[in-house]
Write a protein that binds this ligand. Structure first.
Ligand code: URA
Length: 248
C-alpha cells in the first residue's frame, strides 16, 4: 500500500535503509535523529514520513517511493471517472477499501468491460497513455455481420476517422457467430483515442455490439472475476515500467 501514516521512527529508518531496527534504535539513542528539527531520543516516537521532516546526522531521510497499482475487471454500466456527481456507479465504487488516491489510467466506455489499471503513480500513468510509447491494448470486439477480408485489411492498415488515420492494428477473426449474425474480433491497437475501437469498426461497416479489453500492455485479467480487483504483482509492475522506458 502506498500510505505510510504514522509509524515508529526506528521502523521508518530501517525502511529507508539505515540498517536493522536495532541499529536504527541505536541511532535514535545516540541523538543523531531529528524530527521537524527536534532531536528525538525517545524510542517509541512516531512520525509520518510523508509529512514530517526526518533527518539523520542532518541529512533528510527519504523513503523509496511506493505506489499502489490495481487491476480492475470493469463491469458494464460503470463510468471510468474518479468523481462524477451525476454517475450512479463509477470505477471508484468498485474499489472501495482502497485508501491510496488512485485514479484510472485511460478510459473505458461505460458499456466496455475488462482490464482497467488504477494507480497513484503519475509518471507511469502519463507514459502509459502517451501515444509516444504506443502501449498495446487488446480488445475482444463483437461486431455486426460477417467481417470479410477487405474490412479486415482496412482495420489492419489504418482507417480514416474524423481525427485522422488510425495507426496499423493487429486484427484477427476469432469466429463468426451465425446464430447472432456477429463476428468476434481480437483487435490490438497502440493508440488510445476516444472510442477508437468502436469508431474503427463502425467505419469498416461493422458496428460494435460488445467490447471487452483483454489486455493492457503486459497486464491480463487472468482469473479475476467481473467487478473484482487485485493488486499487481511486483513482476507486473516491473513489466509495465519496462514497457514505457522506466526502470523498475
Ligand atoms: N475503444 C472504444 O471504442 N471503447 C473503449 O472503451 C475502449 C476502446
Amino acid at each position: 500500500m502506498s500510505e505510510y501514516g504514522r509509524q515508529r521512527l526506528q521502523k521508518i529508518l530501517a525502511q529507508a535503509g539505515y540498517g536493522s531496527r536495532r541499529a536504527c534504535e541505536e541511532l535514535i539513542r545516540q541523538g543523531r535523529v531529528r524530527v521537524n528539527g527536534q532531536v528525538v531520543t525517545q524510542l517509541g516516537t512516531q512520525a509520518d514520513p510523508r509529512q514530517d521532516v526526518i533527518e539523520v546526522d542532518g541529512r533528510r531521510v527519504r523513503l523509496p517511493e511506493t505506489h499502489t497499482y490495481i487491476l480492475l475487471h470493469k463491469l458494464a454500466g460503470v463510468m471510468t471517472t474518479r468523481h462524477d456527481p451525476h454517475a450512479k456507479r463509477t470505477v471508484m465504487h468498485l474499489i472501495q477499501g482502497v485508501t491510496a488516491p488512485v485514479f484510472p489510467v485511460g478510459r473505458l466506455d461505460a458499456d466496455t468491460t475488462g482490464a482497467l489499471l488504477l494507480t497513484d503513480d503519475g509518471e507511469l500513468a502519463y507514459r502509459l497513455t502517451h501515444p509516444r510509447y504506443g502501449v498495446p491494448k487488446t480488445y475482444l470486439a463483437e461486431v455486426r455481420g460477417e467481417v470479410r477480408e477487405q474490412a479486415l485489411r482496412a482495420l489492419r492498415e489504418g482507417i480514416m476517422l474524423e481525427d485522422g488515420l488510425t495507426a496499423p492494428a493487429q486484427v484477427e477473426v476469432v469466429r463468426y457467430q451465425p446464430e447472432r449474425q456477429t463476428t468476434l474480433l481480437r483487435i490490438t491497437i497502440h493508440e488510445g483515442r476516444k472510442r477508437q475501437v468502436k469508431r474503427m469498426c463502425q467505419a469498416a461497416g461493422h458496428p460494435v455490439v460488445r467490447l471487452h479489453r483483454e489486455r493492457f500492455g503486459p497486464l491480463t485479467l487472468r482469473d479475476l472475476p467481473p467487478g473484482a480487483w487485485r493488486h499487481l504483482t511486483t513482476e507486473e509492475v516491473a513489466a509495465l515500467k519496462r514497457a514505457v522506458g522506466l526502470s523498475p
